[in-house]
Each structure stands twice: as C-alpha cells, then as structure tokens.
Ligand binder design. Structure first.
Ligand SMILES: [Zn+2]
Length: 243
C-alpha cells in the first residue's frame, strides 16, 4: 500500500492539533489510512493508476479528519497527488511552486455556474491540452459552502482556468447510479472529470474504488456484518482494464 500526501497531512495535523477532532463516526476503531473499521481494512486493495494527470487536493479546515472524506480516494488512485490544508492568507509554499511549475497546467475543478469571469472556463474541444504540459487538477475538498469560500477567497487560484462537469457527462453518470441524487462526492466529481479528459482507466478505477469505500464505510457503521459478501469489493477485484 502506498502512503501518500493525504496520509502525511492527516498525521501532521494530528500531531499539531491541541484537541482531538471528533468527527461523526469517531467511535469506530478505524484504520488510520483507509478510514474504515480495522477488520474491514481496504489498504491491501488500494489502486494505482499511471495517468497523465497530477492532483492537488485542497482541504478545508477539518476535512482531513472526516472518515467519510472521499477526496482521499483520488490520491489512492492517481500516482501523482498532493494534499494541502487550505489557507486564505498563508497558502502552502510547495503548493504555490507546483502551480507555477512550467511542466504543469494547473486547472481548478469547479462548477461553471459559480464562476464570474466566463473566460476562465475551459472548453475541452479546444486543443489546449496539446501543449505538452501535464494537467494539474485542483479539487476544493470540503462542504459546498466551504468549497465556494475557498474558490472565492484564494487569490492564488484567481488566474487559473476552470474545468467543470458537462451536463451531458453528469446526466450519464447520475443515470448509472442507483440513488439518482444530484449531489456528488469529491471522488465522483473527479471520476467524471478524468473521463472528460480522456483518462478512462483512471475514471473507471476511481469510480469502482469509490463504490468499494462506500460499501465498506456503511458496513463499518452497522452492527451485524459478519457474513456480508461485499459485492462492490468483489466487483472491484474482478475488474478488467479497459482498453
Ligand atoms: Zn486500511
């Protein structure tokens, strides 16, 4: 299992916090890496996809401590991923360097309805991806209210292009799901965006991995789980690489 930037941020925040953050579901004895109950630990199954994208996960205040967080699953899936604590006034220096590195094209993932200057919105039909830079996708991870605040109050994001989920890919995705809710978890947004960028293997792997996490997370909550089959995990383990 690969220890990644999210795990390191989690550990660092734990060491620095003066009082423990009591997230919902904190009574469960969790694996500190995959955040499900220890005897259901998913760490041995962690995926790893070698995609031509890099990820920055920008986390709101106590998001890193929430066992239900799904941004972590993106960093499980994509090899090159970085997690940072959001700050309005004191952004992480390493993160700024990364955003300014000419090898990358930083792109904020955010709904275009909430972007004031429409010229920032990327049109994937344009040949913007062909200039040889690696897309560095920035996900704002927190509640919707927090994500909006992060988007508006981060001067270092102001000049960056914005990529949104197209209504078409959203409806395709929602149709495939059983619960039909329009509210998407961060990992689901990422999966759709990967697909839009042509990273099909990353999109599919993350989507399956999200299902596995959701299934196991719910099992961690329930009392009687000894004989549950874990169909999502089986499906994930039997996956074939799409060509
Ligand atoms: Zn684990």
């Amino acid at each position: 299992m690969r220890i990644h930037s999210y795990h390191r941020l989690y550990k660092q925040r734990l060491l620095c916090s003066t009082r423990s953050f009591k997230a919902r579901g904190s009574k469960v004895n969790r694996c500190q890496f995959c955040q499900v109950e220890q005897n259901l630990c998913l760490c041995p199954y962690q995926p790893e996809v070698d995609a031509n994208i890099a990820i920055i996960l920008l986390l709101s205040s106590n998001e890193v401590f929430k066992p239900s967080n799904t941004g972590r699953l993106i960093l499980d899936t994509i090899k090159e991923g970085y997690a940072y604590q959001w700050s309005r006034t004191d952004p992480d220096k390493q993160m700024l360097e990364l955003m300014n590195n000419p090898q990358y094209q930083p792109i904020v993932v955010f709904p275009k309805e909430n972007v004031e200057s429409k010229c920032r919105i990327l049109d994937l039909n344009n040949a913007w991806l062909n200039h040889g830079k690696k897309p560095l996708l920035i996900f704002l991870d927190g509640s919707w209210r927090e994500a909006r605040r992060m988007f508006r109050k981060s001067p270092y994001l102001d000049s960056l292009p914005v990529l949104s989920i197209s209504p078409q890919s959203l409806s395709q995705y929602v149709m495939r799901r059983s619960d039909n809710s329009q509210h998407l978890a961060t990992a689901e947004v990422a999966s759709i965006v990967f697909s839009q960028l042509g990273e099909k293997l990353a999109a599919q792997t993350l989507s399956l991995w999200f299902d596995v996490f959701k299934e196991t997370y719910l099992m961690s909550k329930s009392q009687s789980k000894s004989d549950i089959q874990r169909p999502k995990l089986q499906h994930y383990l039997n996956r074939e690489n799409p060509s």
